[in-house]
Design a binder for this molecule. Structure first.
Ligand code: HEC
Length: 147
């Protein structure tokens, strides 16, 4: 390897390292969520809807943290209308057994890196919904903008 290519190689490695360090939630997403939602959060037909849905997360505005915190802690079961079709008959079990700190990282990853929107619940919000989970109806109301 000549000098120039070894410099390029080294900077490619450090770029890769800094990107993976910026995303502790990515690995945790793969470990905990991608079995249903797909590795790239694109959904798995018949299993779980895509979480890559920027219009949904943009439309939720400052309610997006509350919504994603409520879904991961309490789970969901009902019918959602998603870009990949309706989720009729699909159920997401509560993921409240996952450490709060990991859920903070995972939800930040879904919002900021998958959908490029700001925000994400903090530990206090996750713990609040772990203690008193939101119902599917309450979650749908947030998802539909209060309707
Ligand atoms: C056992 C499969 C399964 C696992 C594991 C799972 N989910 Fe889900 N998830 C679902 C299903 C099914 C739905 C749709 C529920 C419905 O229709 O009410 C859903 C819905 C969602 C939604 C709402 C999507 C929308 O369009 O409103 C979010 C957000 C979500 N999941 C995030 C996660 C995250 C983050 C994880 C990992 C911590 C996770 N899920 C783990 C099956 C799963």
């Amino acid at each position: 390897m000549n000098k120039l290519s070894s410099v390029i190689f080294a900077s490619a490695i450090s770029l890769f390292v800094s990107q993976t360090q910026a995303s502790p939630g990515g690995d945790k997403f793969v470990a905990n969520c991608s079995g249903c939602h797909g590795e790239d959060a694109a959904g798995i037909p018949g299993m779980a809807p895509p979480l890559k849905d920027a219009p949904l997360w943009q439309g939720l505005g400052d309610k997006r943290s509350e919504y994603i915190a409520g879904v991961v802690t309490g789970g969901m079961g009902g019918t959602l209308h998603t870009p990949a079709g309706d989720t009729e008959g699909m159920v997401m079990p509560p993921q409240d057994f996952i450490d709060t700190a990991d859920l903070v990282d995972i939800t930040a990853y879904v919002l900021r890196e998958v959908n490029h929107v700001p925000g994400g619940p903090d530990a206090a919000m996750i713990d609040k919904y772990k203690k008193s989970p939101l119902s599917h109806e309450e979650l749908l109301k947030i998802r539909n903008g209060g309707k």
